[in-house]
Ligand binder design. Structure first.
Ligand SMILES: [Zn+2]
Ligand SMILES: [Zn+2]
Length: 237
């Protein structure tokens, strides 16, 4: 028998081991603690998944993200839920998640939280929507619990001047003028919410497209790495 078993052949024991490792990492991520994906991957292959490759374990982790996204649950941002999951694998992952107390939410439920709204819309976009939705005629106003931080205007001004009217991400000129200055947004490379500093060594002036890319794209980690290489005043925190 081949040692390289097919990807669809995972036993429920193997799925369980993967889901348990995933949920452990997810708990760490949600509490803002660090973990090393590669180390967790290796530990799994040294214990419960000796016949699996690194890539195969990584793929399974992405599958778990996909299933969690469809279930309207938070998932690990480092495991992109981009790839399709076979229906047998999906059923097995759902079964194990439910054993572990993770129940599906309702991705159609309205919310004022931008992040949850995005996640729900993405989950729904991956399903078939039969009819156009009714929507909300008079959306209720919600009070925001989002933290805001006091920031230094000098940092903002300095970083924008350093950029010299060109995006420090893509190099394109600022898309328009505001207050007679080139419009560039100042982004904190390590977010303030993750204890990043408001200093010029942690801030870049970028165009709105690159800014969205930093926060929302599939390749945001790689793009952030590129900023560190490109913008010499940045110091990783
Ligand atoms: Zn740009
Ligand atoms: Zn930003």
């Amino acid at each position: 028998m081949s040692v390289n078993k097919r990807d669809s052949d995972w036993s429920i024991f193997e799925i369980r081991a993967a889901v348990d490792a995933y949920l452990k990492m997810l708990a760490l991520e949600l509490s803002g603690e660090r973990f090393v994906k590669a180390a967790e991957n290796l530990a799994l292959r040294e214990t419960s998944l000796p016949t699996r490759t690194k890539g195969s374990v990584e793929f399974r982790m992405q599958n778990i993200s996909t299933v969690l996204m469809k279930m309207d649950q938070a998932f690990i941002t480092g495991y992109k839920p981009a790839r399709n999951v076979g229906s047998n694998v999906e059923q097995a992952i759902r079964k194990v998640l439910s054993e572990r107390g993770v129940q599906p939410g309702d991705p159609t439920a309205p919310t004022a939280d931008e992040e949850i709204l995005e996640r729900r819309a993405a989950a729904l976009q991956k399903q078939k929507m039969a009819e156009p939705p009714k929507g909300i005629k008079r959306p209720k106003r919600a009070s925001s619990l989002r933290a805001v931080y006091v920031r230094d205007p000098e940092v903002r001004a300095w970083v924008r001047n350093e950029a010299g009217g060109h995006c420090e991400g893509c190099g394109e000129p600022a898309p328009f003028q505001k207050l007679d200055l080139p419009f560039l947004e100042v982004h904190h490379v390590k977010p303030l919410a993750e204890q990043g500093s408001d200093q010029i060594s942690n801030a870049v002036a970028i165009c709105p497209n690159c800014h969205r890319r930093c926060h929302h794209s599939n390749d945001r980690q790689e793009f952030t790495q590129l900023l560190y290489e490109k913008v010499k005043r940045l110091i990783p925190e």
